[in-house]
Structure formats: structure tokens, C-alpha cells
Write a protein that binds this ligand. Structure first.
Ligand code: AMP
Length: 187
């Protein structure tokens, strides 16, 4: 099973992906987490992406596609991948489709978490206090939302056309959203 957790920054993609990992044993493939790990490790990749991420811009498609490709065998062995924060551009979505097709697989479901703009900002502020992420500042978050609208939202029609998109109400308590996700996945 290959599931994309889709939605704007602050929609709860990471939180809900972790719930699916706990409940189903699938593997969370978060390009944001992988990039933050590279920065924390002080690697060459980390140095290349740090300023871009701090601003809230997207890193290049090549970088994230390579990171995802490296982890596909692990997810396959676990019986499921939850793509979290990837794909973020149409080029990434096309590359992912091609990578999966090469392994005899496909994206089975795209769960789009729908959350009000005011709630997104409130969640970002809460996370800023809890985790201190460098890109959870008002300025960077505004840019991340704009980047989402310009570069990532075009994936909605992309997946609609393929019949894989399911809208999930992302408002309310974590457990309520998790229950809606389970319904969207299992019918
Ligand atoms: P996230 O943790 O998913 O919110 O990602 C944090 C930041 O990492 C983003 O604002 C981008 O700078 C970078 N990033 C994560 N995933 C991607 C991606 N699929 N494509 C481009 N940049 C990404």
C-alpha cells in the first residue's frame, strides 16, 4: 500500500503519518525529516539545503527524489509507505509514479487533509513553541503557505484525474482525524 499524506504546512501530515506507522507498521517517508536529519548531521547535503529550508522555499526536485528512491525498498518490505511532504511538485509526482511503476507498484491513495487557514497558523505557532523549528517563524511560514499554493496545490487535479484523491476533514482532535483517515483507507 502506498499512501500520500497531502496538505498544506501545519495540516497534520506528520502527526497522522506517525499514527499510521504505529497502527499498521508502515514506513513514514518524510523528506522534511530526512533533510532536517542531514542538517543536524552537518553533512554536505545539509549545508546545501539549510538556507533554502529556513526561508520556506522548496529544495530541488532531484534532491528529494533521490532521498525517496533510497528508502523505497525499506517501505516495500514493511508492506506500506506513507509519503509525508512528498511529492510537492508535479515533477516530483511524475518521478514518484515512474519509480513505483518500475517496482510494479503505484500510489493507491492520496489523503488530502483539509484545514482552515487560521487553524494552520495556530498550529504552526504551537509547534514553534514546542519544537523550535527554524522555518516556523511568521515570515517563513507565510512563504511556505504561498509555496504550497503555487507549487504543490496543482497536485490536487493531478491526483483527481488519477482517481486516487480522498479529501479528509483535518479539523478537530488528532484521534478524530485519525478515525476519518482509517475510514478513507478502509472504506
Ligand atoms: P516539511 O517538514 O515537510 O514541512 O518540510 C520542511 C522543508 O523541507 C520545506 O519547507 C522544504 O524547504 C523542504 N522540503 C521537504 N520536502 C520537500 C519536497 N518534497 N520538495 C522540496 N522541498 C522539500
Amino acid at each position: 500500500m502506498n499512501v500520500v499524506m497531502f496538505g498544506p504546512p501545519g495540516a497534520g501530515k506528520g502527526t497522522q503519518a506517525k499514527t499510521l506507522v504505529a497502527e499498521r507498521g508502515w514506513v513514514q517517508l518524510s523528506t522534511g525529516d530526512m533533510l532536517r536529519a542531514a542538517i543536524a548531521a552537518g553533512s554536505e547535503l545539509g549545508r546545501r539545503v539549510k538556507d533554502i529550508m529556513d526561508r520556506g522555499d522548496l529544495v530541488s526536485d532531484e534532491i528529494v527524489i533521490e532521498l525517496i528512491e533510497e528508502r523505497l525498498p525499506e517501505a516495500e518490505a514493511a508492506g506500506g509507505a506513507i509519503f509525508d511532504g512528498f511529492p510537492r511538485t508535479v515533477a516530483q509526482a511524475e518521478a514518484l509514479d515512474a519509480l513505483l511503476a518500475g517496482r510494479g507498484a503505484q500510489i493507491d491513495r492520496v489523503l488530502r487533509l483539509v484545514v482552515d487557514q487560521d487553524e494552520l497558523v495556530a498550529r504552526m505557532e504551537k509547534r514553534a513553541a514546542e519544537e523550535g523549528r527554524a522555518d516556523d517563524t511568521v515570515e517563513a511560514f507565510k512563504n511556505r503557505l504561498e509555496t504550497y499554493n503555487a507549487q504543490t496545490a496543482p497536485l490536487i487535479p493531478y491526483y483527481q484525474t488519477r482517481g486516487t484523491l480522498a479529501d479528509v476533514d483535518g479539523m478537530g482532535e488528532m484521534a478524530e482525524v485519525a478515525a476519518r483517515i482509517n475510514t478513507a483507507l478502509d472504506g
